[in-house]
Design a protein around this ligand. Sequence first.
Ligand SMILES: Cc1cc2nc3c(=O)[nH]c(=O)nc-3n(C[C@H](O)[C@H](O)[C@H](O)COP(=O)(O)OP(=O)(O)OC[C@H]3O[C@@H](n4cnc5c(N)ncnc54)[C@H](O)[C@@H]3O)c2cc1C
Length: 214
Amino acid sequence: MDFALSPQHEEIRRTVRDFAEKRIAPAADEMERKGEFPTEIIREAASLGLLGVPYPEEIGGTGLDSLAYAITVEELSRVSGSVGIIVSAHTSLGCNPIWLAGTDEQKERYLRPMASGEVIGAYGLTEPGAGSDSRGTRTRAHRDGEDWILNGGKRFITNAGVAGTYIVTAVMAMLYNYRGFHSPMVDLCVYASLAITLVSGFHYIYHAARIIQP
Ligand SMILES: Cc1cc2nc3c(=O)[nH]c(=O)nc-3n(C[C@H](O)[C@H](O)[C@H](O)COP(=O)(O)OP(=O)(O)OC[C@H]3O[C@@H](n4cnc5c(N)ncnc54)[C@H](O)[C@@H]3O)c2cc1C
């Protein structure tokens, strides 16, 4: 099997490496020392199409494949792990749930500005009691008329504070199965992923409820 990169992928690597070495590397140490979000660098990355690499051009993306995306993240991370994860959390965690599960209207409204790099995306799963084991999720979501009410707290969320759209995982309901008098066991949790945007207030985009059986 030939693992050599195609000329197009080699060109992508050269382009991203050039940007990373000329623009990110000189600023990387100071960025880490100050703990600042590299707004200008991300803006420039967006103008190169690096914030929507695997999404079609019709939805604002760059229209390349997964390998091109992997090369992009590899080259960014080679000079700055921070920039690498800003771009990958945005692309894989922020954009992808909407790409996979959003309606056409939701893609137009929320994915397009993210894939073009106009809006940064983030994904909120981790909580003090939920990381590797997402069944520990305590953030609750319930419907209140036309709105969704989210109650809970998240931590370690890449791009938090600068993102315009957040995918947030939450528990919608817990169904208890009492096994014996004194030992209530949580047997079923119904989970939801809610995509919310902070650009124009909190809007419910979709909920992909799934049953998780511990
Ligand atoms: C750079 C960075 C960016 C992040 N960005 C995001 C983000 O954008 N959104 C988000 O939601 N979260 C984010 N996180 C959080 C990340 O998803 C969690 O840290 C991760 O899921 C682990 O969860 P935890 O920290 O609660 O650790 P825990 O799940 O409590 O794990 C602690 C330790 O226990 C071990 N362990 C866990 N389960 C088992 C098991 N069953 N068997 C054996 N060992 C086990 C783990 O390997 C680890 O060593 C980010 C984390 C980092 C470091």
